[in-house]
Every structure is written in C-alpha cells, then in structure tokens.
Design a protein around this ligand. Structure first.
Ligand code: ZN
Length: 674
C-alpha cells in the first residue's frame, strides 16, 4: 500500500520534469473577457520530455480531435454552421467604425457563439439575445458577400438569431414538457418524445446483458411517416468530416506506443467506417484496457447531456498524457476501491461485491476539442456503457494542468472574502481548497461513478430525464462522504484530519449560493451538474433544519445574515457528514431500484428552483467583484519541425495564439465545407 502525503507530492512535482523549457511562455493566463466569459490559457508541462514518437502521436491525435469541431456545432442546432459562417464573414470583412454600438454588440455575440459552439449558451442552454439590430445584421451580411437567400425577412435562419421564441432552448428538461419537440438541438427532427421512447423501447431486449447504447451515433428523423436513424459515419451523416478524423487517426496508429494502443485506434477507425455500435463497444473495451500507454485520448460521440433523453452523444475530442507524479495519489485511492465500497453507507444489496478495474490517473491535456472546448471538464470517467463498466471497468482521470490554470487565474480575486462566513473559512480555503478540490474530483471520478450496482432486471435508463442529475449527485455525495473519512488521512491522501472542511464549505457555499451567479434572474437551474450541487446542498439544509428543530439545537448547516448579507454557516462538520451518508444511501437506492418517482421528487424539490431574494443578492455582490462566472481555454498550437525529406524531427508546443485568431483558424482549417 502506497502512502503519499501532500508534502511528498509537492516534492515529486518539483522534480517531475527536468526537460528544458520552451522559450514561449503561457503567461498571461487570462487572455479575453466578454459577457459572462473569461478565456484562459493552459500550460502543457513536460510535453518536451515526451519521446519523438509520443510527440507525433499527440500531434496526429490532436489533428483528429480538432477536425470534429463542426460536427458538434451542427449537433447543437441545425443553423449553427450557417450562422457562424455569416458572422465570421461579417467579422473579417467589416470596414465600419469599431466603436459603433452595433459592432460592439455584434463582436460580443460572435465571441459568445464561438465559445458556446453555437447560438445557445454552453451551460444554461438558453439562446443568446443579440444586442444589435436585425437590419444592421442583414446589411452587414450582404456587404460581406453572404448568400442573401437565407437572409430574407422571417427566414428560419434570421429567426434562429433574432426571434426569442424560436429554438429558445438547446436542451429543455422542463417537467411535463415534450422534451424532444421543444429542444433546439439537432438530434431529432419531426418527432415527439413519446415516439422516441417507443422507438427505443421496441429495440431494447430486456434479456440482453450486453446492450449497445442505442441512438448514440445517429440523428432520429421522420421520413414518409417512418422513424429513421441517420447514422454518423464515413459514408453517412457528417461523412466528409469523419473522413478527415479517420485520416489523422490512421496516421496516429502508425506511431502508437504499443500493440494494444494500435488496436484501440484501429478499432475506432472501424467504428467510424461501419457506424455499428457493437464496434464502438469493442473499441471501448480495448480502450479501457489500454493502461500502459503514456498518451491517451477521447475521440467520438461520448456524453449525452445535450440530449434531454440522454441517448445521443455529443462529439468530443481530447488528447492527453499521464502526469506520473500526481497519478500516485489517485492510484492509492483506486487500490483501496473495495474498502470504500464495503464501507459505503448504503443497503448492502446495492454494493458491488467485487469492484473491478477502477483505474485512475492524473493527466495533462494537450488539446481540447468538440464538446470539451473551450469550456472543459476537470475530470472524466469513461466509458459510459453500464455493462462495460461493470464487466471491464472504467478509466478515470483528473486534469491537473486545467485545475492549475484555474487556480492561477483566480488567486486573490476577492471571491472568498466576499462570500465566506469568516476568516476561519477563508484561511482554511487558502491552505487546502485547491488540493481538496482535486481529491474531491478523484473520489467522484474514480470511486463515485463506479460504485454500487443495479438490482437484477432494473432498466439502466429508468430515471430518464433525471438520470444525469441523479448520477452526478450520487458520485458527488460519495466523494463528500468519504472526503472526511479518517481512512484518507491514514492512506496519506489527505494531509490533515480537518482539511476536508475546506471541501465541505466550498461545496455547500457553491450549491446553496454562489453557483447562482451562473443563472439569469427568473430562470431555474437546468444543467445536470448544477442541479446535482443544488440538490445535495438544499437537501442537507432541510435535513439540518429538521434535526435542529427536533433536538432543539443549532443547525449543522444554515444560511444566515452576516453584516447584513447572506452567508453559509457550518457549525458541525461531523454531523454534516452523517447527513451526507444518509443521502448517499437514498441516492444509491433510487439508482439501484430505478425509482423514477423518488428521483424526480428529489430533483424537482431541491435541484431546480431558485430563491429570488437570495439570487438577486448574490448577483449584486458578485457584480461588484467584476468576475466571469464561466471560464474556458484556448489550446496551444503544435508546430512540427521537418527535415529535408519532410520527416517530422520534432514537435513544438507554442502558446501565443489569441482567442479570436484561434477560432477563425479552426473555422478555416478544420471545416469540410470550405
Ligand atoms: Zn461526474
């Protein structure tokens, strides 16, 4: 059993990479700011210490990743690519006054849709409201040489930009609505929610122990009254773009680090050619077993958050390599997975008797693409197929160079001073928050998602539209419960017995109050991860209040006024942990039994609604700090050095590119339609 302390880890980090530094530097971290967005750079430490073969592999896989961009744009809304082209033409050809209010509003809109990969906000899913006039837009579009047929008054394209009631939300999860017909994504056309549910219910064989993920790589449309899947593959929908991805994947296969990795890449190519979801499952199994390679990647139709029914995968790409020093920490957690499972405060029937293949590592990303760009996750756990996870395990990663960039950009911005209860919490956060945050991600990804089991015969999709939120809540509450366990100190994962308090405070403050800065007044919470955080925090707040009333004592968790402003107060951390244990038990029961109604009630009661008074105050205080609630990243560039024969002799990472330049370059270089 390895023991790893925070001190030992810092020492390891310092000596992790002795390769000479490139002249180009990542600073400044923050490079653009507009609307509610801040754009940052991230650094790719230790890229120089990779072998030439590994550098080439990163380069080829990066090209394969960047080529998927337009697929995501089209998946997000069918007018996105057309609108982007018109806007980019205006942006690059504009000859007028750049202090003009219409231009300034347009420039912001352009930057917003680049960031969101379309006309809907990447997080809230609500359509952007342009602050420039339709007349100005049409004039500029025509002057920039755009095809004017789609610019007729009341054309669907103009309505997509300007009509607030047309395609107003990308993913609609409103209780009681037809979530398919009312969502503006491009996964379905001319079909209703019940038609989709019937279509897939008929395909599912309850006796099939290894079902494919139906609908993952296609669009469902109605043709001549019949439902048809349009499959995304080389000779299908998105064929031209996918051919480019395949071209770079085939190059990557020639420089794979070992036979296992080569087989992974070749299987992915097979799948892109066949469109057969059985090939995707075979690929996923090969991928999950590729544990020896330094370089790894995600490339394909992966997460289903953009489909209200959770079937269709948004295109995503990511290339990374292992951060060996930090990985030691997650290995300790993984090696003890069975201990955590056995001690989990859930009904023993819902525990896995044997936790398989929970592997975890800390990675350095080299490129972000598709649904991971520019806004990006800080942890990933794949594959998503339930039976593959159960039989073959899953791979979990935390992305350290991204969290490092976040904290570098955020240090000293005044946020904690404004919102935390007292100096004690602020000091505690300074000492432990970044580290404990990483441990939280590790526990969520390595153990949380992989823990527990369904009772025999329970449909994995039983929780339907609430499935994503409840699954994230289950993984988060698992992490919260164990974060405070003395076992983590014993294992050397946590530096002290009370470091977890920084994590508890942060999570409660975020779920109860500060994540509201991401919500527009009057809107409710839509995004699955945000719903999960609100669900946990508000359930616990209720639980603490009831407990306090019953026992006539101070609540362990409360929202109180401090200097006439709301702040979260935690008076008893240990009690908080016992509540988290109870909620973990209930969330696991809901998942294991497929209890849709109980899950729906939890989400609707605690995860969706916003207290308008608290919300207004949080927004006002946040505004005075002048911070951006959302952050994302530009990628570095990879430049090849070649010899006289055109052979690559080195690959260099370069950081200088700006946000606008990168977006325009991607549209130009990675678009099959140009
Ligand atoms: Zn998760």
């Amino acid at each position: 059993m390895k023991k790893l302390t925070i001190m030992a880890m810092t020492a390891m980090l310092a000596s992790a990479c002795n390769a000479p530094k490139e002249e180009t530097t990542v600073a400044p971290w923050s490079i653009d700011r507009f609307a509610d967005i801040e754009v940052l750079r991230y650094e790719v430490p230790c890229f120089e210490s990779l072998s030439l073969q590994q550098k080439k592999l990163v380069y080829y896989l990066s090209e394969a990743a960047l080529w998927g961009r337009d697929i995501l744009w089209d998946q997000n809304c069918k007018y996105n690519l057309q609108i982007r082209t018109i806007c980019e033409n205006i942006y690059t050809n504009y000859k007028g006054d750049k202090n003009d209010a219409e231009w300034k509003a347009f420039e912001q809109y352009m930057k917003q849709i680049w960031f969101a990969n379309g006309i809907h906000h990447h997080y809230s899913n609500a359509k952007f409201v342009p602050q420039f006039s339709e007349t100005w837009f049409v004039e500029q579009a025509k002057a920039a040489g755009n095809d004017s047929t789609c610019l007729d008054t009341d054309s669907e394209l103009l309505r997509a930009v300007f009509d607030p009631d047309f395609m107003q939300i990308k993913v609609n999860q409103a209780d009681g609505a037809d979530v398919i017909a009312t969502s503006a994504n491009n996964f379905y056309e001319g079909v209703t929610q019940s038609e989709v549910e019937d279509f897939y219910a008929k395909m599912k064989d309850p006796k099939d122990a290894t079902p494919v993920m139906f609908g993952l790589n296609s669009k469902l449309v109605k043709e001549d009254g019949k439902l048809v899947e349009k499959t995304w593959k080389v000779d299908g929908m998105y064929g031209e773009t996918i051919s480019h991805i395949v071209y770079w994947l085939e190059k990557a296969a020639t420089v794979a680090e070992n036979d296992q990795q080569k087989a992974v890449i070749e299987k992915l190519v097979d799948y892109y050619k066949s469109g057969d979801l059985k090939d995707f499952d075979e690929y996923s199994i090969l991928w999950v077993k590729d544990l020896d390679s330094k370089v790894d990647f995600v490339n394909g139709f992966i997460e289903s958050y953009n489909d209200p029914l959770g079937l269709r995968g948004s295109w995503e790409g990511l290339v990374n390599f292992k951060d060996s020093a930090n990985t030691a920490r997650t290995e300790v957690i993984s090696e003890n997975a069975q201990w955590f499972e056995d001690h989990s405060p859930v009904d023993p029937r819902f525990r896995k008797s044997e936790v398989k293949g929970v592997t975890a590592k800390v990675i350095t990303v080299g490129i972000l693409a598709g649904d991971s760009y520019p806004a990006t996750p800080i942890g990933i756990n794949l594959p998503n197929s339930n039976w593959i996870r159960a039989q073959h395990g899953s791979k979990s990663v935390s992305i350290d160079n991204i969290t490092a960039a976040y904290s570098a950009a955020a240090s000293g911005n005044g946020f904690n001073e404004e919102f935390m209860w007292s100096e004690t919490e602020i000091e505690h956060a300074k000492k432990y928050a970044h580290y404990v945050d990483n441990v939280h991600t590790d526990l969520h990804e390595c153990l949380g998602h992989g823990s527990g089991q369904l009772l025999p015969g329970v449909d994995p999709d039983a929780l339907k539209a609430y499935g994503s939120t409840l699954e994230e809540a289950r993984a988060d509450i698992f992490a919260l419960y164990y974060m405070a366990d003395p076992k983590l100190v014993e294992l050397g994962v946590m530096p002290t017995a009370d470091a977890y308090k920084a994590g508890y405070y942060q999570q409660m403050m975020n779920g109860l109050m500060t994540q509201l800065v991401r919500i527009v007044p009057g809107e409710s919470i839509e995004e699955a991860h945000m719903r999960n955080r609100a669900l946990i925090a508000y359930w616990t707040l209720d639980r603490a209040a009831a407990d306090a009333k019953a026992n006539n004592c101070e609540p362990a968790l409360s929202i109180e006024k401090r200097d006439d402003k709301f702040a979260v107060k935690i008076s008893d951390y240990e009690k908080l942990r016992t509540y988290f244990g109870e909620l973990l038990g209930e969330l696991q029961r809901i998942k294991s039994e497929g209890d849709f109604e109980a899950g729906r009630q939890l989400v609707e009661k605690y995860g969706v609604k916003v207290d308008p008074e608290l919300h207004a105050e949080v927004l006002k205080r946040y505004e005075t700090l002048n911070l951006a609630p959302y952050k994302g990243f530009v990628n570095p560039r990879y430049e090849t050095v070649t010899d006289a024969n055109g052979e690559i002799t080195d690959v260099k990472v370069v950081y200088g590119e700006g946000y606008v330049d990168q977006m325009l370059r991607y549209s130009h270089d990675y678009s099959a339609n140009r």
